[in-house]
Design a protein around this ligand. Structure first.
Ligand code: CU
Length: 198
């Protein structure tokens, strides 16, 4: 009896294993397998943001994302970056754990082979900017927000940009986070969605 029961459980486990093995990999699993990054496996949608298309701007610069979604930054010409700040201190890292793409995305034509991704972990607003000091990108409007509070007339992207512009007028030069990576499972990966956002 015991032997038979054990065998039945064993067979069921085998069946479960083989059905798992046969299931087609999700896009995330495929990217993880092909590119070898080991982050949290997100289940949500991917929102593409194109960096530097049409000038010193993120496109789209205002994104609404759900918990578990990925925001994926695609880099076009020149030398841009993505760095996390908060509303109160535009053009400054939010702290030592601010997410940061680094400046390794110099692109002459088209888009860079790599993208920068973050994973949304709650619904509070996320502010970010380009930390390029040559031509003061942040002070000149290169900033964006994820999950802006649309009920507020105060904490808007337009206001963030106005504050950044005033900092520039006062001679302030933006600073970049010290480390690439940081919060929200930030990571640089080979571009898994070459057409997304284009
Ligand atoms: Cu820039």
């Amino acid at each position: 009896m015991i032997g038979s029961k054990t065998f039945t459980l064993f067979a069921a486990a085998l069946a479960a294993l083989s059905s798992t093995a046969l299931a087609a990999p999700t896009r995330t699993e495929k990217v993880a397998r092909d590119y070898g990054y080991s982050g949290v496996a997100p289940a949500g949608a991917t929102h593409s943001v194109v960096v530097g298309r049409g000038g010193l701007r993120f496109d789209p610069e205002n994104v609404v994302a759900e918990i578990g979604d990925i925001v994926e930054f695609h880099f076009t010409a020149r030398n841009h970056s993505v760095a996390q700040s908060n509303f109160a201190n535009p053009c400054n890292p939010i702290g030592p754990d601010a997410f940061f793409s680094g400046f390794d995305f110099v692109t002459q034509y088209g888009q860079n082979d790599n993208v920068f991704q973050i994973t949304i972990q709650d619904k509070s607003p996320i502010w970010y900017y380009c930390a390029q000091t040559n031509m003061n990108h942040c002070q000149n409007g290169m900033a964006g927000v994820i999950n802006q509070n649309f009920d507020s007339n105060e904490f808007t992207l337009a206001k963030y940009k106005e504050n950044a512009w005033n900092l520039g007028r006062a001679g302030y030069v933006s600073t970049a986070p010290a480390y690439v990576g940081g919060s929200l499972n930030a990571r640089v990966v080979p571009n898994p969605n070459p057409l997304s956002g284009f």
